[in-house]
Design a protein around this ligand. Structure first.
Ligand code: PMP
Ligand code: GLN
Length: 394
């Protein structure tokens, strides 16, 4: 057989699929892959169902139905005071994943450098490398996930085409604050670079924090592509409706890729998301407050067992250090082995943190695991009870 693409074939199956399959094989509670166990608002689903029955069901416009593009522009104005022209500055995609791919394929020339911050969300490195970019990686590390400004500056050069910023950040659950964003903005201006801003968890920030899109900083509206996801904002991760906002030139470049990747996105889901983005402020506020309570519930339960819990400022996830439990129980495997161990033996699945680093288990990061808390309280309690039965409490 002739060889396949060498970049993609060196990657295994994504960790989310691996851990979900293991959880299902062993009947374990799945706190691995990030998805809520309760579907989003019924009124939104009703519009998707009705639109599917009433039509239209043929190809929607390549950039997205006007109602959704208008709703995305209005959402940007309502939450961030951004003035967005819905016709030239918004593109609808089949999920944020497609948006990330379209932005990278549309902007990257082979040999360009792309700055990314580890831990990176799983699709960034494979896609940017497949697009021909050379990753320049900078790490944020627990427990404080502080951005190392000197290292970030050193990662930039005149070959830098763009930076990937994920805030709130999966899996570190860090929310970038204004000083960090201002520093990044300075680098983008200095090196004439762009930013792909993955902000799918924009409404899930906690403890009174505020999500600040990089795009809202002075001069940044011209350099940023800001990506959102209906899957996260409406708790229906299977819907795969994403939306990107940016200056017309950058949106145009990304659209050149989008038109050949998927071209468009199911019209009934677009209509429903257009409606959803107009929901009352209380809907968006409760997304964050509900999730914050779940974070505390799971964090407290895990801490009682002996996990060391890292701060989770946003997203669906928290990171736990299992070193103390390993020492107490004589477990001496790495994070992947620990996740397998608790899935098969304790009946609770999580995701090994090293999966989010180049080099995986050779990355030097091997005693952290990621738990997902966007679940019913009873399920979180059941997961904690299973782990407590298995490991005992501190
Ligand atoms: N970016 C991040 C940081 C994510 O966690 C996810 C998770 N789903 C995505 C992008 C992809 O979003 P979508 O399902 O809309 O493709
Ligand atoms: N974003 C989800 C997570 O981080 C998973 C998405 C997927 O399975 N591709 O768990």
């Amino acid at each position: 057989m002739k060889p396949f693409n060498p970049i993609l074939s060196e990657y295994g199956t994504t960790i989310f699929t691996v851990m979900s399959a293991l959880a299902s094989e062993h009947g374990a509670i799945n706190l691995g892959q990030g998805f809520p166990d309760r579907d989003g608002p019924e009124d939104i689903r009703r519009i998707a169902a009705d639109t599917s029955m009433d039509g239209p069901n043929q190809y929607p416009p390549m950039m997205g139905i006007p109602a959704l593009r208008q709703a995305v522009a209005a959402h940007n104005k309502r939450f961030y005071d951004l003035n967005v022209d819905w016709q030239s500055q918004v593109m609808v995609t089949s999920g944020a994943t497609e948006a990330i791919a379209a932005c990278l394929f549309g902007l990257i020339e082979p040999g360009d450098e792309v700055v990314a911050i580890e831990p990176t969300y799983d699709c960034y490195l494979p896609i940017l490398r497949r697009a021909g970019a050379i990753p320049k990686l900078v790490r944020v590390a627990p427990p404080d996930w502080k951005l190392p400004l000197d290292e970030l500056a050193a990662a930039f050069s005149h070959k830098t085409k763009l930076i990937m910023i994920n805030s709130p950040m999966n899996p570190a659950s860090k929310v970038f604050h204004e000083e960090e964003l201002a520093f990044i903005a300075g680098l983008l201006e200095k090196y004439d670079a762009y930013a792909i801003c993955d902000e799918v968890y924009e409404h899930m920030v906690y403890d009174g924090r505020r999500h600040i899109p990089l795009m809202t900083l002075p001069g940044m509206a011209e350099r940023c592509l800001r990506i959102g996801s209906a899957g996260k904002t409406f708790s229906m991760t299977g819907w795969k409706v994403g939306y990107t906002t940016g200056p017309a030139a950058l949106i145009g470049a990304a659209a050149k890729a989008h038109q050949f990747l998927t071209f468009t996105t199911p019209p009934n889901l677009q209509a429903a998301v257009a409606y959803g983005l107009g929901k009352e402020d209380a809907y968006f506020a409760s997304l964050g407050s509900d999730m914050e309570a779940k974070r505390d519930r799971l964090a407290n339960g895990l801490a009682d067992i002996g996990f060391e819990i890292m701060p989770s400022e946003g997203t669906y996830f928290l990171t736990a250090d299992f070193q103390a439990i390993a020492n107490r129980t004589g477990f001496n495997g790495d994070d992947a082995a620990f996740c397998k161990h608790i899935t098969t033996e304790a009946g609770v699945a999580a995701v090994p943190f090293s999966a989010f680093y180049q080099g995986g288990s050779d990355s030097g990061v091997n005693h952290f695991i990621r738990f997902c808390y966007c679940k019913e309280d009873a399920l979180l309690d059941a997961a904690v009870a299973k782990l407590a039965d298995f490991f005992g409490t501190k």
